[in-house]
Ligand binder design. Structure first.
Ligand code: NDP
Length: 454
């Protein structure tokens, strides 16, 4: 039986749009359905508007620091509405580009929710549509803790509709979103406290990075408290009262739940298509990103593998090439560079010291210094940490980590070296660019310690 489409993609975010565009470019008849906003989380309520707000927060700091360099400058305050308008117009522009990219590639777009009727048939806004192959790219959504008064708390999406800066903010959690939000809200002028249930922030990151990130945030005046969770939020005149598991209590203007995201699989009718879902709602996939139904694929955050936009686009692209471009290939989940846009930012690629040490003897190089800019500005909490994790036997650089100005920009280049399998000697024979912070990565001469089984 001929289907309406060769490929139907559910979800017009990073993964879905890339996959649809590339598949259509290979000549497939492709459709995409998006129920909320084109470009998905990243463009609309994630990476893009967040980074604009991080930039805004940093401008305030740079402006203040400029006085140390001789500028006659006074920062009188911040206009939230002006920032929001600039941010929203950029988001609208980018979201429009996503829509136009699809149209330009000959993809049929539906501004509608799509749900499964059976394994090849979808209900798309009330219309019955069939497809030979279906890709599920519905992403994830932020969740709240199940505590009394949770309805008074905010999730990350809500930052982008706030009409004014909340003056006193409690951030719950200590992952990517928690630390980025704490940093940008503090930078824009809020008084911020972070409460996290584990003793340390950024689970899974290198231990030195976790410590340096906490120190940097504390030194700037963000209060961090580990080993504590929220138990209740109550509305009171003039604000909210947050109750904590250690019997502490805070009166604040906003509580942000940054305590994790879940895949958006509820109500998709996956059972009618026979697609298996984990207890957490994620769709398990094989190496080709096929679900347990060989013609149904899942890409991006809905698979809950490595929830990063560039990973989602890479996987969507590779899958389209594989299925429709006669070019079977896989995007690698190894050595993916990533950054947390705190202030200063954190960036990392490859293995942590702890992961490398579990494999075998590891040479560890660590340096900490005050970047040149801040030797003049004297600003607190801006010390840079750089670290290389090197396999002792092969001398391959297995991991690179940084907390400091421009970390994300620097780590992208280091990521190429790590992906290519560069050794410490390759780093050593690379001539630095002087004076930069980045040159420290190629001038780390003295081993700090040896880790791992000898
Ligand atoms: P993360 O997994 O990074 O962090 C979740 C946080 O919530 C952790 O601190 C976790 O604590 C805490 N938490 C989870 N459950 C509970 C609970 N029941 N009670 C209290 N705390 C809890 O998720 P995010 O939501 O911050 O981000 C989701 C993903 O999106 C990230 O992992 C990342 O892949 C991606 N992302 C990437 C960004 C970037 O590239 N810059 C920016 C934002 C998001 P614990 O450590 O104890 O488990």
């Amino acid at each position: 039986m001929a289907h309406d489409f060769d490929l139907f993609v559910i979800g017009g975010g990073s993964a879905g749009v890339r996959m649809a565009r590339i598949a259509a470019g290979h000549g497939a008849r492709v459709a995409v359905a998006e129920e909320r906003f084109w470009g998905g989380t990243c463009v609309n309520v994630g990476c893009v508007p967040k980074k604009i707000m991080v930039n805004a927060a940093e401008y305030g700091m740079w402006a203040e620091d400029a006085t140390a360099f001789g500028w006659d400058m006074t920062v009188h305050g911040h206009d939230w509405a002006k920032l929001a308008a600039a941010r929203d117009s950029e988001v609208t522009r980018l979201s429009g580009i996503y829509g136009r990219l699809l149209a330009g590639a000959g993809v049929t777009s539906f501004d509608a929710r799509a749900t499964f009727i059976d394994a090849h048939t979808l209900d798309v806004g009330g219309q019955r549509v069939t497809a030979e192959r279906i890709a599920i790219a519905v992403g994830g959504r932020a969740t709240k803790l199940d505590i009394p008064g949770a309805e008074h708390g905010l999730i990350s999406d809500d930052l982008f509709t706030l009409k004014a800066l909340p003056k006193r903010v409690a951030v719950l959690g200590a992952g990517y979103i928690a630390l980025e939000f704490a940093g940008l809200l503090h930078g824009l002028g809020a008084q911020v406290e972070v409460f996290h249930r584990s003793p340390q922030v950024l689970r899974g990151f290198d231990q030195d990075v976790r410590i340096a990130a906490t120190e940097a945030m504390q030194a700037q005046g963000i209060r961090m408290e580990g080993g504590v969770n929220a138990t209740r939020i109550a509305k009171v005149p003039g604000g909210l009262v947050l109750q904590l598991s250690n019997n502490g209590m805070r009166e604040v203007d906003a509580v942000f739940f940054c305590t994790g995201r879940v895949p958006n699989t509820q109500g998709l009718g996956l059972d009618r298509a026979g697609v298996t879902v984990t207890p957490g709602g994620a769709i398990p996939v094989d190496d080709e990103h096929a679900t347990n139904q060989s013609h149904i694929f899942a890409v991006g955050d809905v698979t809950d593998r490595l929830n990063l936009t560039p990973m989602a686009t890479a996987v969507g692209h590779a899958l389209a090439d594989t299925l429709f471009g006669n070019n079977p290939r896989r995007a690698s989940y190894e050595n993916v560079a990533t950054a947390v846009f705190t202030s200063p930012p954190i960036a990392t690629v490859g293995l942590t010291e702890e992961q490398a040490a579990a494999r075998g003897p590891t040479d560890v190089y660590v340096t900490r210094f005050t970047p040149m800019r801040h030797t003049i500005s004297k600003r607190e909490g801006r010390r840079t940490l750089m670290k290389l994790v090197v396999d002792q036997a092969s001398q391959r650089v297995l991991g690179a980590h940084m907390v400091g100005e421009d970390a994300a920009e620097i780590m992208q280049g280091i990521g190429i070296a790590v992906v290519m399998g560069a050794t410490k000697q390759d780093f050593d024979r690379t001539i630095g660019i002087h004076p930069t912070a980045a040159e420290e990565f190629v001038t780390l001469r003295t081993r700090t310690r040896v880790a791992g089984v000898q």
